[in-house]
Design a protein around this ligand. Structure first.
Ligand code: HEM
Length: 468
């Protein structure tokens, strides 16, 4: 057996941090050409072994619990932000139960109610937002507006009315402080005594308190339980019959806010920029709206979303080119042999998979760099194909993850927010297409890898014109 080849670097502790940090995909491709699919690089004292390609995706996503740990890879970053006793601060079997509870609050009944709420929030926001407003045309700054709009729409739906109202009154600043704790620097140097870590902890405590008060108030009012996420979690029971503790609910809500906000905000910005670079696709989307909702464009309804094929292809294509999460990590718990090779990945390394590499590989996608939504016409449900499915406790998920397109992951840690995100994005895109035409100013932006998700590098501007 031999160890994976080590990527050459000049400085022992820093290792490849700079090249990886600037553009992980360029770094991965260069290393792959030199060392093959499996190689180790040093990142601020940590040994990270990347396993690229569809086999690498499968190796990580479907690894055994005893071999690979997500908690040990992520907890130092996530626990101070989300709080104790949720996500990576609990044993995996507890996370699986939590995911089941959350999933039960993400059903079609909820989505039906969410669509008009999202449209209303968008209208309220865009009417007043700088660079948008009531005029006939303008140049919108997406980086300055889309993250705010996403937090309003996501919080009004997933988080409920009280939390949405809080964003008008001081919650936004708190959220910002909390968010500042969710950065690559906190991933790499969790122990740094940064002043903003104090602000992060304060923000967490105040936000958690807000949720705790909402829960208390609801209990005291003896109202009939509703169907929003807080009510769903308040009514959930562990397998042994125990209800969730209030702080578990509060911290799960904070985790959901973070999980859905960054990924969806990044994706809507990419979608608008990519579409603005091919305005003919915007017109095709407009035609699709008329086909599905009639010439008069009756209000959006969730049950018709399955017929919006092109919108769905656009979302897929944006996620193919710009998956928000570029590096998926696990801590290696035991020496792991890489099948078909002599390589053994040593315990103590971090294992990394990057499904974004296969998603932009010519081997799987012709003209892989092009934004071509219609390519999905002939390859529907790429990640769901004819593969084995297993139930880790929160519903069936794909197991044989030998797919080149996995923006939502696979296996026990697979995303449970995919349907919500798709409904959310479908509503945003449909509303934009119905009401505006636009072109991207200055070409499709480059990628900013310095934040937790792959954001477009500013300025990200579109020139919009209101439809008659
Ligand atoms: C997990 C992507 C939206 C909640 C994941 C993972 C990926 C991902 C790649 C797997 C991480 C890993 O294996 O280490 C995305 C993308 C989104 C999105 C691309 C939107 C475009 C959401 C939303 C929610 C959410 C809206 C909440 C409603 C979660 C949760 C997990 C997860 C709870 C499970 C973490 C685990 O089991 O370790 N997501 N996500 N995500 N996501 Fe999402």
């Amino acid at each position: 057996p031999k160890r994976p080849p080590v990527v050459f670097h000049w400085f022992p502790f820093i290792g490849s941090a700079v090249t990886y940090g600037i553009d992980p995909y360029v770094f991965f491709r260069q290393c792959r050409a030199k060392y093959g699919d499996v190689f180790t690089f040093v990142l601020m004292g940590r040994k990270i072994t990347a396993y690229l390609g569809v086999k690498g995706n499968d190796f990580l996503f479907n690894g055994k619990l005893a071999d690979l740990s997500a908690e040990e890879a992520y907890s130092h970053l996530t626990t101070p932000v989300f709080g104790k006793d949720v996500v990576y601060d609990v044993p995996n079997h507890v996370l699986m139960e939590h995911k089941k509870f959350i999933k039960s609050g993400l059903g079609f009944d909820q989505f039906r109610a969410y669509v008009p709420l999202i449209v209303n929030e968008m209208h309220d926001f865009l009417a007043k937002a700088p660079t948008w407003g009531p005029g006939k045309s303008g140049v919108a700054d997406l980086l300055a507006t889309m993250p705010v709009m996403t937090i309003y729409t996501a919080s009004r739906t997933l988080q409920g009315e009280e939390v949405r109202a809080g964003f008008n009154a001081g919650f936004a600043d708190l959220y910002h402080d909390l968010d500042q704790g969710f950065t690559p620097i906190n991933f790499i140097f969790p122990w740094l005594p940064l002043p903003r870590n104090k602000r992060r902890d304060r923000a967490h405590n105040i936000m958690a308190e807000t949720y705790l008060n909402i829960i208390k108030k609801r209990r005291a009012a003896h109202e009939n339980p509703g169907t929003d996420m807080i009510w769903t979690l308040m009514g959930s029971r562990y397998r042994d019959g125990r209800p969730l503790k209030d702080h578990e609910i509060a911290n799960m809500m904070i985790a959901l806010l973070m999980a859905g906000q960054h990924t969806s905000a990044a994706t809507i910005m990419w979608i608008l920029s990519l579409l603005g670079s091919k305005p003919e696709v915007i017109e095709m989307l407009y035609e699709e709206q008329k086909r599905v909702f009639g010439k008069e464009l009756r209000p959006l309804d969730f049950d018709s979303y399955k017929d919006l094929h092109l919108v769905n292809y656009v979302i897929r294509e944006a996620l193919r080119l710009h998956p928000p999460i570029h590096s998926i990590m696990r801590k290696v718990k035991r020496n792991l042999a890489v099948p078909g090779t002599k390589i053994v990945i040593p315990a103590g390394h971090h294992l990394l998979a990057a499904p974004g590499v296969t998603a932009t590989d010519e081997e799987f996608f012709a003209h892989a760099k092009d934004f071509d939504p219609e390519r999905w016409n002939s390859r529907v449900n790429e990640d769901e194909g004819d593969v084995e499915r297993v139930d880790y406790g929160y519903g069936l998920v794909t197991k044989g993850a030998a797919s080149p397109f996995l923006p939502f992951g696979a296996g026990r840690h697979r995303c449970i927010g995919e349907q919500f995100a798709t409904m959310h994005l479908c509503t945003l895109v449909s509303t934009f297409v119905r009401e505006y035409k636009w072109t991207t100013v200055g070409g499709v932006p480059k990628v900013d890898y310095s934040s937790m998700v792959a954001l477009p590098l500013g300025p990200v501007k579109i020139a919009w014109e209101r439809r008659e």
